[in-house]
Design a protein around this ligand. Structure first.
Ligand SMILES: NC(=O)c1ccc[n+]([C@@H]2O[C@H](COP(=O)([O-])OP(=O)(O)OC[C@H]3O[C@@H](n4cnc5c(N)ncnc54)[C@H](OP(=O)(O)O)[C@@H]3O)[C@@H](O)[C@H]2O)c1
Length: 244
């Protein structure tokens, strides 16, 4: 894929990995639209980068996804890259979480339903362009889950399989389907968790090399090793990740 001259929507582009992708793509002469729930965060970023476009909304709601589709069709009909990056992670134990049904619904809506639905809603727009891409951000936790976030791990495993299947379905279309599989990255999501994290910029460096070469799956940093370990010594990979 070309790295410049694209029109790119990045969900969750106001923080962490999404923001690093947004800044890099802006520097590479792309039109970038970012989306998040916090109006304040988006306004602050718009002040720092006036050339960026913003859309404020909670993507866990189908109504917001349709509003975003309308916004794109009206303002950015040349959109050719969708990056499904927005996500949340809840850590809790199933036996003593009082808000469990609400949390399950919200986490699945953000991490799984939103990327699937947005891909469907923006497909006609992406199909109109000569070269386009859907990029889904999953997680190393689909390879081996951890105990503290079962629903998060399940959402990422499902997103991985969805990405693979959609890639098959769109094989003969102008839309290429990519996946970023991050290791532990230093972002607000992982604040106070884990050691030896990669920076979001390091992730972007690795991903762009793959994107440029049309390599569909970007296993970032240590996820390459985890993938190998899981293939040849699955129980070792599982015990390594269980309490990560
Ligand atoms: N950091 C890691 O180590 C790591 C590892 C593996 C995978 N990932 C994945 O990478 C992606 C980005 O994570 P990150 O670490 O960069 O997290 P982050 O810094 O917390 O950023 C998450 C972004 O998503 C937005 N967002 C969250 N829920 C949303 C919703 N319902 N509607 C619209 N926007 C929403 C947030 O903005 P608002 O809060 O303003 O809505 C923010 O811009 C996620 O899918 C995550 O699961 C991260």
């Amino acid at each position: 894929m070309k790295l410049s001259g694209n029109t790119i929507l990045i969900t969750g582009g106001s923080s962490g990995i999404g923001l690093a992708l947004a800044k890099r793509f802006l520097n590479l002469d792309n039109q970038v639209i970012i989306c998040g729930r916090s109006k304040d965060k988006l306004e602050q970023l718009k002040g720092e980068m006036p050339e960026i476009s913003t859309f404020c909304g909670d993507l866990s709601a189908s109504k917001t996804l349709v509003e975003l589709q309308n916004f794109i069709e009206t303002e950015y009909p040349h959109l050719n890259i969708l990056i499904n990056n927005a996500g949340i992670q809840y850590n809790y134990t199933f036996s003593d979480e009082s808000e469990i049904l609400t949390k399950i619904d919200y986490e699945l809506a953000c991490n799984l339903n939103a990327p699937i639905k947005l891909s469907a809603l923006l497909l006609p727009c992406l199909q109109r362009q000569s070269q386009s891409a859907i990029i889904n951000v999953s997680s190393a936790l689909f390879i081996s889950p951890k105990s503290s976030a079962p629903v998060y791990c399940a959402s990422k495993a499902a997103l991985h399989i969805f990405t693979q299947s959609l890639r098959y379905q769109l094989e003969d279309s102008p839309i290429q389907v990519f996946e970023i599989i991050p290791a532990l990255i230093d972002t607000p999501m992982t604040k106070g968790r884990g050691k030896s994290k990669m920076s979001p910029d390091q992730l972007v460096d690795e991903f762009l090399d793959n994107f440029k070469a049309n390599r569909k799956e970007s296993y970032i940093g240590k996820t390459k090793l985890l993938r190998l370990l899981h293939r040849f010594a699955p129980s070792k990979a599982e015990s390594l990740m269980k309490h990560s």
